[in-house]
Design a protein around this ligand. Structure first.
Ligand code: ZN
Length: 130
């Protein structure tokens, strides 16, 4: 059930630091340890130095010891069903399988479910390295 992820992503979105774009985004990951890790976008006056909500959530997961994304929800206040940006698709892929579910949300809940492979086909895959 993705309702808890949706609520976690929405709560995280409220903590964003987006004074420049005014485009709040939240993300929440259910990790392989069963815990939920959430994040929001954090911008910087030097624009390229800001980062996305998914990146914050992944950082929380990794630092807490989680290593695998089981599923992830993303929500943006001003854009229903906002998909992760290209960079975040590859960041998510680093910790996900091709079948990992990504929930695109709106202001009432999960509006669309996609798989990692649908979001980022032909991804640069870490399992072929090393
Ligand atoms: Zn992104």
């Amino acid at each position: 059930m993705a309702e808890d992820l949706y609520l976690a992503a929405k709560a995280a979105m409220a903590k964003c630091h987006a004074p420049y774009s005014k485009f709040p985004v939240g993300a929440a990951i259910r990790a392989d340890d069963g815990k939920i890790y959430a994040g929001a976008n954090i911008e910087n006056l030097s624009f390229p130095e800001g980062w996305c909500a998914e990146t914050t959530a992944i950082s929380h997961m990794v630092m807490a010891g989680g290593r695998k994304i089981v599923e992830i929800a993303v929500i943006a206040e001003k854009l229903a069903l906002c998909p992760p940006c290209g960079g975040c698709r590859q960041r998510i892929r680093e910790f996900a399988d091709q079948g990992t579910k990504i929930y695109l949300c709106d202001d009432v809940g999960v509006g669309k479910t996609m798989t990692m492979d649908e979001l980022l086909p032909h991804s640069f895959q870490t399992d072929v390295i090393g």
